[in-house]
Design a protein around this ligand. Sequence first.
Ligand code: NAD
Length: 321
Amino acid sequence: MKIVITGGAGFIGSNLCEYFLSKNYQVSCLDNFATGHRHNLRAFEGHKNFSLIEGDIRNLEDCHKAVEGADYVLHQAALGSVPRSLVDPITTNEVNVSGFLNMLVAARDAKIKRFVYAASSSTYGDSVGLPKVEEVIGKPLSPYAITKYVNELYAEIFSRTYGLETIGLRYFNVFGRKQDPNGAYAAVIPKFVMQLMKHESPVINGDGHYSRDFTYIDNVIQMNELAMTTQNPEAINTVYNTAYGDRTTLNDLMVSLKKYLSNFDPAIADVQTIYGANRAGDIPHSLASIDKAQRLLGYQPAFSMQEGLEQAVAWYWENLK
Ligand code: NAD
């Protein structure tokens, strides 16, 4: 069985490549290295079941080439980050919407068995109810959120009109090994870990009471595998929250990060936190209901946020210190 993983050089994609190679699948990665890194692929470059197609999802020919002979697509390639989309909505739209559509067309033409794609919790937009349930969304709060919602609309149309099996996974603040700590659009956990390791004060946007359903990468891998392999006809052509199902404030996150990092360097416990202004486009709270994934896919998250955090911190200490 051959899987195409777009964005396979990125954080989530490279973890998926590694996992499915370990399960003896053939894995082909399509990436243009816009935000991904060659070092994420180093461990399996040369593996007999691994191939890399350096290409761009904005180019339909590259997409057709990538899906040739494949059974499944796990589509991860996109430009992430709400702030990036506010700075450059045009490129975000080209990659996340036109690139997505190209991949759907290529998957349809190649008669792919199933197209599983990275959707986003940002689709909940300004809806205030917690926990978030898949059927109730609000108005998008950023260009990024619009692109991820449009992905869901296109996927549904391709299921309905061309019979392409699709499943969207609305990821909630994923973290773990290989997540990029550098750059203007780095996610909070790797960014804070790197700053604390250097004894630099991390900046929390707002008063630290905003909360997120931080989700460890291994739970996300599990969801991709379940979505790709489920034989339950009721479980396909729909979207799922992909989360742990609990929320943690930024202040509590900081306490935990300092606790785990202090095991390696006790001085980290004394690094001061700085508080800044709230960020445009940020939603105050995010918490997923995972009932639908549990009921239809049999999802059982194996890592709590704390268990994942301990592992992630150890990985950063070992690999990036
Ligand atoms: P990432 O930036 O580490 O990975 C994205 C990958 O896509 C990179 O390797 C990048 O080079 C590649 N890519 C970008 N533009 C491309 C293009 N035009 N052609 C080919 N490849 C391209 O990000 P990630 O955190 O691994 O996110 C993966 C997916 O999950 C994205 O679709 C993102 O929107 C979605 N997502 C992530 C999170 C999260 O918390 N990390 C939350 C919600 C949704």
